[in-house]
Design a protein around this ligand. Sequence first.
Ligand code: ARG
Length: 261
Amino acid sequence: MSKILMCPPTYFGIEYVINPWMDMANQVDKNTVSKQWNNLKDTLEEAGAEIELIEPQPSLPDMVFTANAGLLRDNVFIPSRFKFSERQREMRYWIEWFQNAGYEVREIQTDLPFEGAGDALSGKVLFGGYGFRSSKESYKEIEEILSSEIIPLHLVDDRFYHLDTCFSPLNEESAILYEGAFDDESVQLLKEHISYFSVPEEEAARFACNAVVINKNVILPTDCPETEKHLQSIGFTTFAVDMSEFLKSGGAAKCLTLKLF
Ligand code: ARG
């Protein structure tokens, strides 16, 4: 059983602009938001996950994106250090939740930004995205805390500002990703560490790679037929969920989840 942390979208909305997807003129529809979030939650449960909830907080519209709370490895929780002040105010709630849940909270000492499981994802090794929200240097301290090497991946297309917007490991050996989001050196590093299917650009732009993997089940946004076809051809069952309201904030299925184990 996979356990996943989610945050109800009670206060979700577009209240500021901190990535190229967000636009104050493109507001969300509250009813659709709650329908889509509930459908995602039901689908994750159907795919075998148990959902834990953190209480949403007023004026913190992006708290719904639990992937950015921090990085969790076994019992150690490393809280994010958000780049933008708008999201820095979330931190006390994440830290409090993980402390109360019995995790060992290890805050990084550097003042460099690091945005948790939005940018750090593991296959056999841990990959760390940098360039927009997390700094490459922040990974040095994280490597020390976790005593494991992190493969740095340089993100170069601002539509894909977090690693989880363009890369999804499926298991230790394989992944789906959008090559255009990385510089050449990073594509080379990816090739050395994981085998992957490169999703077409138009599906990447619908956040095809923002997928939640639960054993042989993959939950991904709708309208990504090539990606679904590939996943099915290698033995995965796909679940497509409409994430249109969350895409307005630059997030989708995976951003709305944080795997607890
Ligand atoms: N509006 C949010 C932000 O820009 C979206 C976060 C998406 N999260 C993710 N893990 N990619 O911070």
